[in-house]
Design a protein around this ligand. Structure first.
Ligand code: ZN
Length: 247
């Protein structure tokens, strides 16, 4: 089985379309979506419709998707994110808003090899930014490979013989990981629609469960087109600027 792995799309249609075209060319069977389909970007409805069209095998909500439950979900957002959340609630069609409301909370076990979560396997809102937090998360994972998002930074953490280390996943155009026996992995493929690891290219992953391999890809996309839409929608300018910076 080859899974296309998408996380933190954040209503960025240009980035999503680029990733999907690339994934189709490489070939995949099913799709996994790790949350934050919307928020920040100017195309929540079009992005939801593309994701719905993929009929993902497994999909979980992210903190920005939870805003569909009500604006109080954006309580701990900063001013820019909250402004974008308010804009999104106005923009969503009732049907797409309900679809977001119905998304389930992670983690979810996909098969014998793969588990997905948004923040961490124990807390959907946790940011896994360091090895200490990753080591704790790796102890809680229910499968050898746990895929996560939320930080918008491509990275791989690995637990071998009780010790945790990292394998950077974003420095190259293509990072390939072969899963070893008796090792647990925690992999963030990077954000499709709002990368924050200093590389503004859209990130996504493919997992091949038979070959036990994970590929992390970074792709140039029409950043200016996405920025123009953000500005035309009256969303905060900072959201347009950060796309080009990858921060
Ligand atoms: Zn996010």
């Amino acid at each position: 089985m080859r899974y296309l792995v998408l996380t933190d799309i954040h209503a960025n249609l240009e980035a999503l379309q680029t990733c999907l075209a690339d994934a189709v060319a490489r070939g995949y069977d099913n799709t996994l979506v790790l949350g934050d389909i919307v928020g920040y970007g100017a195309d929540p409805n079009a992005v939801i419709e593309r994701v719905r069209g993929l009929a993902p095998t497994a999909i979980i909500r992210g903190n920005h998707d939870k805003v569909a439950l009500g604006i109080e979900q954006a309580e701990c957002f900063n001013a820019v994110a909250r402004n974008a959340a308010e804009w999104m609630l106005e923009a969503l069609t009732p049907d797409n808003r309900q679809w977001l409301v119905d998304l389930v909370k992670g983690p979810r076990e996909v098969d014998d090899l793969v588990q997905i979560c948004h923040g961490s396997p124990t807390d959907e809102d946790e940011y896994l930014f360091d090895q200490f937090a990753a080591a704790q998360a790796l102890q809680a994972t229910a499968r050898p490979l746990c895929l996560f998002g939320h930080t918008h930074c491509a990275i791989t953490y690995r637990m071998r013989n009780g010790a945790c280390d990292t394998i950077p996943g974003s420095a190259n155009t293509e990072a390939v990981l072969t899963l070893q026996p008796n090792v647990k992995y925690l992999v963030n493929p990077g954000s499709v629609g709002q990368p924050r690891d200093g590389d503004p290219r859209a990130g996504y992953g493919i997992v091949d469960t038979e070959a036990r391999r994970v590929w992390l890809f970074r792709l140039e996309y029409d950043i200016e087109g996405a920025q123009r839409k953000i500005l035309a929608a009256g969303l905060p300018e900072a959201l347009a600027r950060r796309l080009a910076a990858g921060r």
